[in-house]
Write a new protein. Structure first.
Length: 201
């Protein structure tokens, strides 16, 4: 075999290897996209179920015992409802840039996401599209967050004009409360969902 032919064959082999590597990388990337899409669907289902049950429980309590009863629901029942939907590697809770419960304080990464959410809401983006998700393919860890806008019903306990009696009730349950002064439509906080495949038992 001449040196020229050998060089031509080697070039062809190298090109084939490169093509196979690119193809394998493309297949792997597609698998990751599909996996993330499936996780997004599940995270949204968990978030919607949690949000619906929490709102229903809160509104029922307010209807029976006025706004002060709603404060007790947020403190006592909200964590239990979150536990109900946290299993098989999934964990759901809430967070905010201005928390009422200090246990919901965001980490550095979540702060950045919440700040982005606030900007997106302020720019006029519909609240139901303000979300974030990320999958780390190496660790199998997945994160999802969905914005919670300040609705009309939220203002009584989180707005700028809270009654004195209700303020006392809030302080009694949450002495380090910072979750007041919100305006209609502003970012109140976010649902946050984490999934770790290694904990999916």
């Amino acid at each position: 075999m001449t040196e020229t032919n050998h060089s031509t064959i080697q070039t062809a082999i190298n090109a084939c290897v490169i093509s196979l590597t690119v193809f394998a990388g493309s297949v792997h990337a597609n698998d990751e996209i599909a996996q993330k899409a499936q996780l997004d669907v599940q995270a949204k289902k968990i978030t919607n179920a949690f949000a619906t049950e929490l709102k229903t429980t809160l509104m029922a309590a307010v209807a029976k015992g006025e706004l002060s009863a709603g404060v007790e629901v947020c403190q006592e029942q909200a964590p239990e409802i979150a536990k109900k939907y946290s299993s098989h590697g999934w964990q759901i809770s809430r967070t905010s840039l201005k928390t009422r419960n200090s246990q919901n304080t965001p980490n550095i990464g979540e702060i950045a996401i919440l700040q982005d959410f606030a900007k997106r809401l302020a720019s006029g983006e519909p609240a139901n599209t303000v979300s974030y998700s990320n999958l780390n393919p190496q660790s199998g860890e997945y994160q999802f967050m969905k914005a919670i806008p300040t609705g009309q019903v939220c203002l009584a306990c989180h707005g700028e004009n809270i009654s004195d009696d209700l303020q006392k009730k809030i302080k009694a349950h949450y002495p380090n409360d910072n979750a007041t002064g919100f305006k209609l439509g502003e970012l109140r906080g976010a649902f946050k969902v984490y999934f770790n495949a290694s904990n999916a038992q």
